[in-house]
Each structure stands twice: as structure tokens, then as C-alpha cells.
Design a protein around this ligand. Sequence first.
Ligand SMILES: *Cc1c(COP(=O)(O)O)cnc(C)c1O
Length: 453
Amino acid sequence: MRYYSTRNKAEGVSFAQAALTGLAPDGGLFVPQVIPPYPGPVRSSLGTMDFKDIAFETIKPYVQGEIPDPVLEDLIHTAYPFAAPVVPVGDRLVLELFHGPTAAFKDFGARFMARAFAYLRRGEEKPLHILVATSGDTGGAVAAGFYGIPGIAVTVLYPQGRVSPLQERQIAGLGGNIRALAVEGSFDDCQCLVKTAFSDQGLQKRLALSSANSINISRLIPQSIYYAAAAGKTFAGKTDLPGDGSPWDAPDAAVPRTLSLKPGQPITWCVPSGNFGNLTAGLYAMKMGAPIRGFIAATNINKTIPDYLTSGHYQPRASQATISNAMDVGAPSNFERMTAHWSLEELRSSIQGVYVTDEATRKSIREVHHTHGYFLDPHTAVAWQALDEIRSSSLPVSDPVGLLSTAHPAKFAEIVEPLTGPVPVPPALTQVMERKPLAQIIPADITVLLEVL
Ligand SMILES: *Cc1c(COP(=O)(O)O)cnc(C)c1O
């Protein structure tokens, strides 16, 4: 497979080059030359295949000729020792993506990427330096994914005071090959610093640099896996039982936890979105042939994409702080990727945009807990609320709908607990809270960043 910059369709690069450089030299994002359809037999058995087999079939065409099949199998095996259950909650399905080590969906991308980098860099002498900006969860997932991987050093920039105490410990509590920089500014400032550092010729000469944001194609592709697996399952009329660590109150409560699904109906996924890497991966899965009807792009008041879908004008802006802070993105970087693949009309035919205020987000957290005994984290609650709003206006009630739960509610206990009471904490998070965060504080100034690097 060849990969092209969103800004230059003339020169293609390999998967290894696209993954290891992150951003294209012209400032564009790498996109695959085609989105490869699943072979017929794979497509028709998505509902019965094992998650790891779906992962293999999903990633294989994107890395063919560069990562041999047995290596890919092994990467997937070590990257995904956890599940992504589709759990009925009330009248809808929740795709729980928080059963990995950092309790957020970014584990899916980061863990594959870290292992792919280690393989693609085998035998290199110069260490690879990964520079990443995070609004919260990326940093933790990337830090955990790369921690202790030889030959790779990671620097994470995050907006000081705008990530949760737990996120801060996930990013800044590891040490070793992971360096944390707390930037006096917003996530957009962090992202801007990273972009500027990447275009600095001097730095490029000095360090072998790579990114690990959702702009990195090797992080985006593996995120298609859970869409395909979950859509295949619901298309077959099946759902999962809640797994270990599913955030239910009183696990034996008399609330019904089943939903009867008519087989053969493609699902609509509501995706809580910030940089739109997750939703773009969903579009890839749909294009590959997963039985998905379409998407709802749910944002907080940082509603650049919902506005674009309505007006047809893309207007990036400064981000505003909300309680769903991993989605505080005013200039979503994957917009460029989405529009490189699809026209405005095509995007409109598969995505509806909705934005949700903090007040409505809080209301959802409280009501869903009260009614179903299920805890939502603030990001997932944005999607729940968006689905409520859209469903009452423009989706047939009989169609299966689901939302992606992108983080475990215990990660945002300081927001959730005042609305619901105590949230059960999964063991992975108890361990993290015992760490001490050790970040260096820097101003949002490129000369300071370059000095530090
Ligand atoms: C990163 C993140 C999002 C947004 O995902 P994008 O791919 O940037 O749109 C949503 N929820 C949580 C918990 C996140 O960490």
C-alpha cells in the first residue's frame, strides 16, 4: 500500500515511512491510496470471527509487504489482550473501549503503533524520538504503549491544569523513556508547538522525529477494528454480556441488560469526537465493508465539525475548556484527512453532527445512572445525549444505534461522582493513582521547547 500526503497526491511513501514520520513533509497528513475492501468471506463472517482475527484482516492490506503475516499476528496478539464488548444499556448499545491498561479507547491505536514502530525500526542505531501533544488521553495511552520499548524516547506535551489528576499521573508518572512537559496554554497551543517543532529543519537533522497523535496513520488504522467487530456482531443480532470492569452499579440489579436485535440491520454509531481520529477510523471501517449505516459526530461546544456539516464552511477556532476535556479541540486535525477522502456531500450523507453543552452532559450522566445503574464518563455522556437529541428528530426508532464509550468513568471521578455517587474503580487505575507526576513546566514558546529537546 502507498500513502499520500493530503496536500500532495503525486508522491507516495511506504507504510513504514508514513508511520515513522507521522506528518508529511509538506505539513499534510498521510492517507492510504485506497481504503481496501474486506474480502467477501471476511465481510460475511465479521459477526462470528474472533476479535484478533478481525484485527488481522483489517490491518493486513495496509501493511502488506512490510510487516509479514506472522509478525502482524504476533503484534496483534500482544497489543490486544483485552476485549471491546458491545453492551446493551436501555434502548441502545454501548461499545466499551475502556478495558485496556489506560482505561480509554486510545489504547487500541497506541498499543499497535508502539509495537509496529519497534518492528519497523529493528536494527536502527539512532533512537527514535516521539513528540506528541495531548488533550488528556492520548498522552497516557502513548506513554503506556511505549514505556520501556528500547530505542524509542517519548516527549508528551499537555496543557497544564486541563487534564484530570489521573491523566496527569498516566502521562507524567512513568519516567524512564517517557518525558512529560506541562505547557502553560491550551491543547491547541501544544498541538501548534508540536507542528512547529516538526517543521524545524535543525531539529529534524538532530533527532529522528516521529509523531504519535491521531494524525499518525498507524494509530488510526487499528481503530477501525472495533467498529468492524462490533458492527459485525450487531448485524448478526448479537451483543455481549458486560465484561470485567463494566461500570454498573450493583451488578445484580434488576435492570434489564439485554436488547433484542433483528439480524441484518446495519448500525448507526454515535462517536464522541475531538480530533476526529476515531470517527475517521469508523469511516474507514464502513468503506472497507463493515455493516454500518452511518455516524453521529457528537462534540462538546467545540463544534467546528457539526458547524461545517451544517454550513459547508470550515472555520477552525480556539478551543474552549469543557468537562469532556479530551474533546476540547477547535481545529480538528483529521478534518484534512476526512475531506481528502470524501466530498462535503459524501460526508453529509454518512455523518450527522450534534454538539452538547456541559449542562446537558451532566444531566445525561445523572439520568443514565439513575435509570439504568450505569456510569458514563463525560465524553461518553456527550455521545449519549447527542443520540437522544438526534433519535427523537431524525432516526427511525427501530434502527439499531450504539455509542462508543471512549473512557472509563472512574478516570473522571471528580466530575462523575458528584452526580452519581461513588464510581467503581478498575484495578488498572488504582495502580496509576499511586504514582507521582513529574512534569517539567514550560511556556507555550517554541524556542523553549526546542531547547528542552
Ligand atoms: C481522545 C478522546 C476522544 C476524542 O477522540 P478523537 O479521535 O480525537 O476524536 C474522546 N473521548 C476520550 C475519552 C478521548 O480520550
